[in-house]
Design a protein around this ligand. Structure first.
Ligand code: ADP
Length: 787
């Protein structure tokens, strides 16, 4: 700063250098009489009255020279006094000009000018407003109430509708100053309004940029008493306003560009966030942080309206200090300002003094001086509120601040809306996923290129690839797809692929899946293309049913019918032949002996048929659980012995040998059914040992159970069918079509009987050199005592 010049001290710090002539009024208006001149020069009315009484201000009739002499003398004296004041004031103006030259901070310019203005011009209030054409508002840039600094915040915190300040508008339009010396009497005045603000004298001056566009007003006010506005007051006020206008329009231009740039970047970052982010919290936190930062607030929060729309509840916050300051939920019914902001869908700065009800308590509990309430509106709906809190003062917000705030609020509302939509969509997706997951049908979805995008659990299980449900991309159904006859199915023949790529629909296409472990599943699939709302093909879906069991049952039935018809037909043919033979012999030879032998052989075949039918009936009973047992203590060893003798009687080629451990082998059982099991095992051993060989039976105690092993030296059982031996109607691949008769019922029935006795029947060992079946039965309690 420059040091003080050598000028005499006028009781202030202002310096006289650098006076710019443009601020000096050339002369007073020429046509005045002394009384008028005195008035204009601001001579106090009491002084003028005194002059009148002293005859210094003679009536019109008084001689002109006399008048002029007195007048000239007084005017000269007054002008001198005034000159000093004007000079001092001009120096002050220059000082202000210096202070604000080069300042590009709007607020700083306004504050400097306004504070200087109340010193230079006097007055109780001074303010600078900028015009917001769009909103039809005067937006306060800075205002000061000298007598009541605390009310400054109240008066200059919020924009004023242009219609509520008509004199401001006049000043704006006419360019020159509007001076209302007494608001009670002036014809342009609206006394009721001025009374509210306790304003008796008011000056408004339009602010114009270098392009002569009016962008604001500077106002001066005197409270309580009317003030006798002097010409030089107006002149000084105009000088200050002109000064402010130049500085402000520069600062505005700069600030606009500067702020626009940074804010545009911020907004675009947040817009990107909103459009890409799934995280509501992050987006809102970023938005509120930008808001707080850009508006120079101390802290901020975003509150969302609750579900029944009765209150807003803090969602995210950003703060400068202290523990969480989000505060208690605000009931809208008890928060009139918030409710109004929500309803009008316009932000508003609410100072502590204006806060009401719950808001007031909220302000006080958080020690907030002022808060900018920004409504978040999505699709015309009030979805929440952003708060920017000021802890120490009430800020001055500009048009740009409001623009920025609004843009940010819109983005926040969008983010909220978007996340809610996403949530709703993901709930629906989860529901769908649950349904698809629980389906007892396989579902595979592919995109329009045939790439797998979804495999449900059931489908993954069908293919024996449980991980496919989690990682569809690694799933290749073509790898394990075959035609039902076993030929591999090429990938581009898969119905789902054809549906996706060619739009073909396929129903009940049968296909065989061969899993990694070699097991086979028969599936029937329905594939159809997925078509978007605009007719575009998006992909395809195939639904797979497991028809393995159905196919198996069908095969079983065919199998069963062919076996049964064959097995029954063979003895019938024999019976028919024997019958014919017996008839002929009786007719022709009258021989009795060969006929009796034929009848015996017929009886044997009939018995065989009987036992076949009995087996069929038993199989049916076994299936329906109606195989009744008559339990009683049975000597197993005796039973085995008899069975061996019976079996030995049927064959001469086989030697049946039975070894038994000592001790008792009593079991609680149905002797007839147990005989059936033994006969079955023995007849299989004989049947499936076509060459002469030994059949060995051993009976032992093992783990307090009776264990009988039946070993033969027969054909053995091939690996592929071993696990199905005990299924009804199953016959080994090595015996089917090789002349071994049978219906595949024996082992199934025998196992079922063993299990009904609390025991087991298993194939213990098998090889091309023979097989061993193991029958385990629990010993009866008496047997233990007997032993
Ligand atoms: P069936 O003997 O009437 O075919 P089973 O239920 O008794 O029916 O036997 C089922 C299958 O088990 C037979 O078809 C045969 O393939 C096999 N099997 C049973 N016992 C033996 C055995 N001792 N040696 C070889 N294969 C056997």
């Amino acid at each position: 700063m420059e040091s003080s010049s050598g000028q005499p001290d006028h009781g202030d710090q202002w310096r006289a250098d650098g006076i710019t002539p443009q601020f000096v009024r050339p002369t007073l208006p020429p046509m005045l009489n002394i009384r008028q001149a005195a008035m204009i020069l601001g001579v106090h009315p009491d002084t003028i009255r005194r002059w009148e009484m002293q005859g210094k201000l003679p009536a019109q009739r008084t001689g002109p020279r006399r008048v002029r002499r007195y007048a000239l003398k007084d005017v000269q004296r007054l002008r001198q006094a005034l000159g000093e004041r004007v000079q001092a004031a001009q120096r002050a103006v220059v000082e202000v000009a210096r202070a604000i030259t080069g300042s590009l901070d709007l607020h700083h310019v306004a504050e400097t000018v306004v504070q200087a203005a109340v010193n230079i011009v006097g007055g109780d209030r001074c303010a600078i407003y900028l015009v917001n054409q769009e909103r039809g508002m005067f937006e306060p840039l800075y205002g000061l109430d000298v007598k009541q600094p605390e009310s400054t915040q109240l008066f200059y915190a919020n924009p004023v509708p242009i219609t509520a300040m008509p004199l401001g508008l006049v000043a704006l339009q006419q360019g020159g100053p509007v001076v209302i010396d007494d608001t009670e009497t002036h014809p342009l005045s609206n006394p009721e309004v001025f009374r509210i603000f306790d304003t008796r004298t008011f000056i408004a001056i339009g602010l114009r940029s270098s392009e002569a566009t009016a962008f604001g007003v500077m106002t001066f006010g005197w409270t309580s008493q009317p003030y006798n506005v002097r010409d030089d007051d107006v002149f000084l006020a105009e000088s200050l306003a002109a000064l402010a206008a130049v500085a402000l329009s520069n600062a505005r231009l700069f600030a606009e560009r500067e702020q626009e740039r940074t804010r545009a970047t911020l907004v675009s970052t947040i817009v990107q966030d909103v459009n890409s982010g799934r995280n509501l919290r992050d987006t809102l936190t970023r938005a509120i942080a930008s808001l707080v930062d850009q508006l120079d607030a101390d802290e901020g929060a975003i509150w969302l309206v609750n579900d029944d729309r009765s209150a807003v509840i803090g969602a995210v916050e950003t703060r400068t200090h202290g523990p969480t300051r989000i505060g208690a939920p605000l009931r809208l019914a008890a928060a009139p300002n918030i409710a109004r902001v929500a309803q009008q869908q316009q932000p508003a700065l609410i100072p502590l003094q204006a806060a009401l009800g719950d808001e007031r308590r909220w302000f006080e509990s958080l020690d907030v001086q002022a808060s900018l309430f920004v409504p978040l509106i999505a699709q015309e709906q009030f979805v929440g509120m952003a708060f920017a809190n000021y802890l120490h003062h009430t800020p001055h917000l500009t048009l740009d601040d409001m623009h920025f705030t609004n843009t940010l609020a819109r983005q926040c509302a969008l983010a909220i809306e978007r996340v809610r939509l996403l949530e709703a969509a993901s709930i629906r997706a989860a529901e769908l996923e649950a349904v698809i997951g629980q389906m007892s049908e396989g579902l595979i979805m592919v995109d329009r290129l045939g790439h797998i995008i979804l495999v449900n659990d059931y489908a993954a299980a069908l293919y024996g690839m449980p991980q496919a449900a989690r990682d569809p991309a690694a799933f290749n159904p073509a790898q394990c797809a075959y035609y039902p006859d076993g030929r591999p199915m090429p990938a581009d023949e898969l119905p789902v692929y054809r549906a996706a790529v060619y739009g073909e629909t396929a129903t009940d296409v049968e296909c065989m899946i061969v899993r990694g472990d070699g097991s086979r599943v028969m599936v029937s699939g329905n594939a159809s293309p997925i078509v978007g709302s605009d007719g575009e093909r998006l992909g395809a879906v195939v639904v797979l049913h497991d028809i393995t069991t159905r196919r198996q049952i069908e095969t079983e039935k065919d199998h069963f019918l062919s076996i049964v018809s064959h097995e029954l037909k063979t003895p019938l043919t024999t019976i028919k032949g024997l019958n014919e033979l017996a008839r002929r012999r009786l007719l022709r030879d009258q021989q009795i002996a060969p006929v009796v032998s034929n009848l015996e052989r017929m009886a044997h075949q009939i018995q065989r048929m009987e036992s076949l039918i009995g087996d069929l009936l038993d199989a049916r009973r076994m299936e329906t659980g109606m195989l009744p047992l008559q339990l009683q203590p049975v000597d197993l060893r005796g039973l085995v012995n008899e069975a061996c003798q019976r079996a030995q009687a049927t064959t001469e080629r086989h030697v049946i040998q039975f070894d038994s451990a000592d001790g008792a082998f009593f079991v609680q059982g149905d002797a007839g059914r147990l005989e059936q099991v033994l006969d079955n095992l023995l007849s299989n051993a004989i049947k499936y040992s076509p060459n002469t060989s030994a059949i060995r039976l051993t009976l032992l105690h093992e783990n307090q159970q009776a264990v009988l092993r039946v070993s033969d030296q027969g054909i053995g059982i091939p690996k592929s069918g071993r696990d199905r031996l005990f299924e009804r109607f199953y016959r080994g691949a090595n015996v089917v079509g090789s002349g071994y008769s049978g219906m595949g019922i024996g082992l199934a029935l025998s196992r079922s009987i063993a299990e009904r006795h609390g025991g087991k029947l298993e194939l213990e060992a098998t090889s091309p050199e023979g097989s061993t079946f193991k029958l385990t039965l629990p010993l009866a309690p008496q047997a233990e005592h007997a032993a």
